[in-house]
Write a protein that binds this ligand. Structure first.
Ligand SMILES: [Zn+2]
Length: 431
């Protein structure tokens, strides 16, 4: 088994900062941390040095729609429903294909690996293609098959989508890097009768149910008018809060619903930049964290963000919630890093990632303090959240495998992917 020791000035290990240490990795797992890895080499560890750097767990993006990267910047400055109905859904029905999904997922993976994301939770069409591309890149992912009430080229009706999900589940249930999930789009696109079938599927196979919830005030008003209940109440009445769930957004939830989420152990994926860009409002994150709701971080699709950059999300979250709460102590840098890592692992029910500790998978990233905006260093976690750019990430490892070093991708051809993506954009623009 390959033994590697990674030296850095700072290593954030098991929730504590260690100085001038070595992260010890054996095969795909973390073996421990040491202040000396025997530079003579007789312990069998190959040593790599990351000078003036911080090693942290890789980021876990708990809500995204990867292939949408090819719609990045295509329709901006629009309200959610206008954006979805008049721009995104028509573009999806016109352009989505296997070939589109391959280029798009490669582009998304390149962006994620270069910005320090080691695990993502994707919900979109072409789940099989997304899974095989991500597996080839070496990334870890929880991938959900989408379910809708209406027909698209991916299914005739909810039963048909769920049938495809069952095939996907069988293919990936034992995979080391890819975990299957089910993703009914939202309570406003999947009626209760079909939503119930999704809940039953997830309960039967013990897989994660991911959905969008209470993203806009319009969604809540429509739910009350149609069902006499808010989306969260509807989810609870259907039994969705009694299984493993990842609820994206939860912008418009009240104190009672927060208490319910805490009681039921619900996981919320906070997508601050997408919510701000679509003018949806601000999720009550401080209240949720204070009530012990598990809140993690999602970028959402790149068409509503417009990137997959978790450092950018952490920065927005730390700053906006201080401002909203008139409280500079709200959501510290360390709290936000935990949301981006260990809370994400909990959300996705991944037992051995999210934290650097003995026995966990060796999913970690390296942040350099070399640039002027990262100099000097008093508190490395403060720099990560308040000063760093995604380009300060210099290396990314998943299960011990190096996916990027010195900003060079190891499992993807970046130039070819960007050329392919530009060709798709030309086609989309000219049609
Ligand atoms: Zn979304």
């Amino acid at each position: 088994m390959e033994r590697k020791a990674y030296y850095a000035e700072y290593i954030y290990y098991q929730g504590e900062m260690h100085r001038d240490s070595y992260l010890l990795v054996q095969g795909d797992r973390i073996h421990g941390i040491s202040t000396h890895a025997d530079e003579e080499g007789n312990t069998g560890y190959t040593i790599e040095h990351f000078h003036n750097s911080l090693i942290i767990p890789g980021f876990i993006n708990t809500h995204t729609h990867l292939p949408m990267v090819l719609f990045r910047g295509m329709a901006d400055d629009l309200a959610l429903m206008d954006w979805l109905k008049n721009h995104i859904w028509p573009a999806e029905s016109k352009w989505l294909s296997e070939e589109f999904a391959i280029t798009a997922t490669e582009l998304a993976a390149a962006e994620m690996i270069k910005s320090g994301t080691t695990t993502c939770n994707d919900m979109y069409f072409h789940a099989g293609t997304v899974a095989s591309v991500l597996k080839r890149t070496g990334m870890r992912a929880v991938i959900g098959v989408g379910v809708l009430d209406f027909a698209t080229k991916f299914g005739k009706n909810a039963d048909d989508y769920i049938e495809r999900a069952a095939e996907f589940y069988l293919k990936y249930e034992k995979d080391k890097l890819i975990s299957p999930a089910l993703c009914p789009h939202a309570p406003y696109t999947v009626k209760p009768e079909n939503f119930k079938k999704c809940i039953d599927f997830c309960a039967k196979h013990d897989v994660l149910l991911c959905t969008h919830l209470s993203e806009s005030p319009h969604e809540n008003a429509e739910s009350i008018q149609k069902h006499g209940r808010t989306p969260a109440q509807l989810m609870n009445d259907m039994g969705a809060l009694d299984i493993k769930t990842n609820l994206a957004h939860c912008v418009h939830i009240n104190d009672e619903e927060i208490a319910l989420f805490a009681e039921k152990g619900v996981n919320v994926s906070h997508c601050i930049q997408s919510n701000m860009k679509l003018g949806s409002g601000f999720a009550p994150v401080k209240k949720m964290l204070d009530a012990c709701v598990n809140v993690s971080i999602g970028t959402d699709g790149a068409a509503s963000n417009n990137d997959l950059d978790m450092i950018g999300e952490m920065n927005s979250i730390a700053l906006v919630h201080k401002g909203l709460n008139f409280d500079a102590t709200a959501l510290s840098a360390e709290t936000v890093l935990k949301m981006a890592t260990v809370n994400g692992a909990k959300t996705l029910d991944l037992k051995r990632v999210g934290e650097l500790k003995r026995g966990n998978q060796a999913d970690f990233i390296v942040l350099s303090f070399d640039e002027p905006h990262m100099t000097p260093v008093f508190n490395p976690l403060s720099h990560l959240v308040y000063s760093a750019k995604s380009t300060d990430i210099t290396a990314t490892y998943v299960a011990g495998q190096c996916l990027m070093k010195d900003r060079q991708l190891k499992t993807l051809d970046e130039e070819k992917i960007k050329d392919d993506a530009r060709r798709w954009a030309l086609k989309i623009k000219n049609n």
